[in-house]
Design a protein around this ligand. Structure first.
Ligand SMILES: *[C@@H]1O[C@H](CO)[C@@H](O)[C@H](O)[C@H]1NC(C)=O
Ligand SMILES: *[C@@H]1O[C@H](CO)[C@@H](O)[C@H](O)[C@H]1NC(C)=O
Ligand SMILES: *[C@@H]1O[C@H](CO)[C@@H](O)[C@H](O)[C@H]1NC(C)=O
Ligand SMILES: *[C@@H]1O[C@H](CO)[C@@H](O)[C@H](O)[C@H]1NC(C)=O
Ligand SMILES: *[C@@H]1O[C@H](CO)[C@@H](O)[C@H](O)[C@H]1NC(C)=O
Ligand SMILES: *[C@@H]1O[C@H](CO)[C@@H](O)[C@H](O)[C@H]1NC(C)=O
Ligand SMILES: *[C@@H]1O[C@H](CO)[C@@H](O)[C@H](O)[C@H]1NC(C)=O
Ligand SMILES: *[C@@H]1O[C@H](CO)[C@@H](O)[C@H](O)[C@H]1NC(C)=O
Ligand SMILES: *[C@@H]1O[C@H](CO)[C@@H](O)[C@H](O)[C@H]1NC(C)=O
Length: 665
């Protein structure tokens, strides 16, 4: 994301950036290198070639020695408290698509998806924000820029700075509040930081008044370390300047009569590419503001697709997803990624604060075709989530960017398809679901990386303890081998003895390059444009007898695949499948006959005791990129710091549609 914004900042200050209208789904772009592109990123069918099976072969029959008693296990994480480890970060410009058109027309699939996480983890954290929060502005409902009945609109500022702003009415908060009255979603909002001389705190004031306790926190700046780059502050703007501004914001909030609780700020939300959170801590940020903070936050994406997405995909600098593919199927990379934040997380803990990875996903600038939208991303986000949790991050928010990105956990259909198509689920939603189930609702889950199989990068494993006792074991197999020759047989041994049998739920995909037919414990949400947010099919929990004499339970794990082993057959999470609270889509079914889900399957999986909510899918415009061919910007590569000086860029971009650009961060 950072690098995209580098492009934007430079493009918008040096070029007259042109705003174009939306491009409907199915229409071929007429200009630029993507002229042959026929599908929006969210529906792209790219299939990459899975990495070759390891040669020499790995040890596929390995033993894992476990302790039953957490007290015997050094290095366990802190206990994971509160709702689902993974929540969601929804860019303000796509709220209409994802949440709904207004407070009485809320997206039913969204409610069902949240209900399924709530069933497992008690609730979900959702952030409304992102880069679009900086300029977003609350207006009255009769504002001419807001269509009647709509909660959101967009506007373009002045004649020189052609940046699209999100406009919203007070109804946004009623919408969020209505959602919280149906499912246990708690919210984060962001205070605009574009102008620290004239704070615009309506979002905090109205948010707190209307949402009350459903509003958990208010982000004080989004990636402030990029503010100079983006032209939002004059250099020098250092961590101490940011710290001073947060102090000024606190003083301002203290004077606002509608603010009942100014002590729920979230920061520093650094990208880590210009400053690190530690540098902000060194200014006294935590010591001075600890009483004003709800949580400590950072934001990070491991790689970026900015050049291919916004420059020339044929440039030698552009990331080739095929070459990047193995990165996402390697446990060592996940450990390395999480390790950057261990010290921050432990520092936050010493102040008694949650440590939240406030915005993340497989890759910024839209993610990668064939990676961000395949079974690979489900395994990666699950391993990375467990790893972040092992290293004491308390929650992480998967970013949702609209139809022109590859990485969405869920995508609403394009506006004019809402009558006959439904949602598309991203594989990373399954990661959120599995983690929610693995940690449960007890607020006592602690996790450790077992460094299994001599810490083999292909076969990570974690132990999860609840209430001080070993409760579950998570086993991964990153290898893609349909022959079965790389299926694992993991021999679990427990100090204290194995039970007579264990229960196993599998997360399965046919291949790491597969987008369809992903199942969790035998159930699926369905393939693209068929999802209503409810699991279908009969739950399949495998019982595996153990050999108590030998003290071993042998667990098969397919290549590729993931197994969650429940040590106790009375574990309440075993019985969880589709949430009994569902929101019905019957309003569509009466009108249209083309929904392709299998009603029979839904009936057998609890899908009909629904709290009915009539809803219509929200609609919004979505922009598209319009890039002229030419020399590619040089933005450097994967992860790591992004060079801030972009050469050869300014001649290359004829126009960017900022609407879509802002959506896809
Ligand atoms: C899918 O995305 C890739 C990478 O951006 C692109 O090259 C390809 O043309 C897209 N496919 C379709 C059908 O749009
Ligand atoms: C877990 O923590 C949440 C608050 O984060 C609380 O609402 C819930 O009641 C707790 N659950 C248990 C079982 O203590
Ligand atoms: C901040 O954003 C608001 C709303 O978009 C705009 O009216 C204002 O001019 C901006 N201030 C600065 C200093 O950019
Ligand atoms: C919300 O949208 C619906 C459907 O377009 C409309 O009937 C209703 O009046 C809107 N509600 C508000 C509060 O504007
Ligand atoms: C949502 O909020 C509005 C207030 O704007 C209220 O009139 C409406 O009944 C609520 N709808 C639901 C489904 O709770
Ligand atoms: C996480 O926190 C726990 C509890 O403070 C600590 O024992 C453990 O070492 C921490 N983990 C890491 C990776 O620092
Ligand atoms: C979607 O909207 C576009 C532009 O308004 C139109 O050309 C197209 O026919 C519509 N598609 C459908 C399926 O209605
Ligand atoms: C995927 O699921 C569909 C629908 O259940 C089925 O028809 C298809 O054969 C499956 N594909 C594979 C490769 O298993
Ligand atoms: C249940 O899942 C296991 C493991 O994937 C599989 O072997 C078995 O065939 C499945 N059973 C059913 C009824 O689908």
């Amino acid at each position: 994301m950072a690098s995209l914004l580098t492009v934007l900042a430079l493009a918008s200050t040096s070029l007259g950036v042109t705003i174009y209208g939306q491009l409907p789904l199915g229409q071929t772009q007429t200009e630029g290198p993507w002229a042959t592109t026929t599908a929006l990123a969210a529906y792209n069918d790219t299939r990459l070639t899975p990495p070759a099976v390891p040669n020499p072969a790995i040890n596929r029959n390995f033993a894992v020695q476990l302790q039953r008693d957490a007290a015997q296990v050094p290095g366990l994480s802190l206990p994971h408290v509160g709702p689902s480890f993974y929540g969601f970060s929804i860019e303000m410009s796509v709220i209409t698509q994802v949440l709904g058109k207004n407070s009485s027309f809320i997206q039913v699939p969204f409610l069902n998806l949240m209900a399924n996480l709530q069933e497992r983890a008690g609730g979900v954290l959702v952030r409304l924000g992102g880069n679009t929060q900086e300029f977003a502005t609350m207006v009255e409902p009769d504002d001419h820029r807001i269509e009647p009945g709509h909660t959101f609109g967009k506007t373009i500022s002045g004649s020189t700075q052609t940046l699209e702003f999100v406009l919203y009415t007070r109804d946004m908060f009623y919408m969020a509040n209505n959602i919280s009255s149906m499912v246990n979603v708690k919210w984060f909002l962001g205070i605009p930081f574009n102008d620290s001389a004239n704070w615009r705190t309506a979002i905090a004031e109205e948010g707190q008044t209307i949402l009350g306790d459903h509003l958990l926190g208010l982000q004080a700046a989004n990636e402030p370390d990029f503010y100079v780059t983006f032209g939002r502050r004059q250099a020098p703007y250092e961590p101490a300047d940011y710290k001073r501004e947060v102090g000024e914001l606190i003083q301002h909030l203290e004077t606002r009569p509608m603010i009942t609780n100014p002590r729920i700020l979230i920061g520093p939300s650094t990208s880590g590419q210009v400053w690190h959170a530690e540098q902000v801590f060194e200014t006294g940020f935590l010591d001075d503001y600890k009483d004003y903070l709800y949580a400590v936050s950072v934001e990070h994406y491991p790689n970026n697709n900015c050049i291919a997405m916004y420059g020339d995909p044929n440039s030698p600098e552009a990331v080739r997803p095929q070459e990047l593919f193995p990165y996402y199927l390697n446990h060592n990379n996940v450990v390395e990624l999480a390790s950057h934040y261990t010290a921050n997380a432990n520092t936050a803990a010493t102040y008694g604060k949650p440590f939240i990875m406030f915005e993340m996903n497989t890759g910024s600038c839209g993610g990668f075709a064939g990676i961000s939208d395949t079974f690979t991303s489900a395994l990666w986000a699950l391993d990375y989530g467990f790893q972040m949790a092992t290293q004491n991050t308390t929650h992480a928010l998967l970013h949702v960017g609209g139809q022109s990105v590859f990485y969405n956990p869920f995508t609403a259909p394009p506006s004019n398809q809402t009558e006959f198509n439904e949602w598309t689920l991203g594989p990373v939603y399954y990661s959120a679901l599995v983690m929610a189930e693995a940690f449960g609702k007890s607020n006592t889950s602690q996790i450790i990386d077992l460094r299994a199989n001599e810490n083999n990068q292909n076969t990570p494993a974690y132990g999860i303890f609840e209430r001080g006792q070993l409760s579950k074991v998570a086993l991964f197999n990153y290898i893609d081998d349909p022959s079965g020759a790389n299926d694992l047989r993991v021999a679990l041994t427990v100090n204290g003895g194995v039970p007579t049998s264990v229960s196993v739920k599998y997360l399965e995909g046919i291949s790491v390059n597969e987008k369809n037919n992903i199942t969790w414990a035998g159930q699926t949400f369905g393939n693209k444009l068929t999802v209503d947010g409810r699991l279908r099919g009969s739950p399949n929990v495998t019982t595996i007898p153990c050999d108590q004499g030998q003290n071993v339970c042998t667990i098969p794990v397919p290549a590729p695949g993931f197994a969650l082993v429940f040590l106790s057959t009375s574990d309440e999470a075993l019985a969880i499948s589709q949430s009994p609270t569902t929101f019905s889509t019957s309003a569509y079914q009466r009108k249209h006959n083309t929904i392709t889900w299998d009603r029979q399957a839904v009936q057998t999986s609890n899908g009909h005791n629904a709290g009915e909510l009539k809803a219509k899918l929200g609609s919004t415009s979505f922009g598209w990129l319009n890039v002229a061919s030419g020399a590619a910007p040089s933005l450097g590569g994967r992860g790591g710091p992004v060079p801030l000086v972009v050469q050869g860029l300014l001649g290359t971009m004829v126009g960017l549609v900022l609407g879509s650009v802002l959506q896809v961060l």
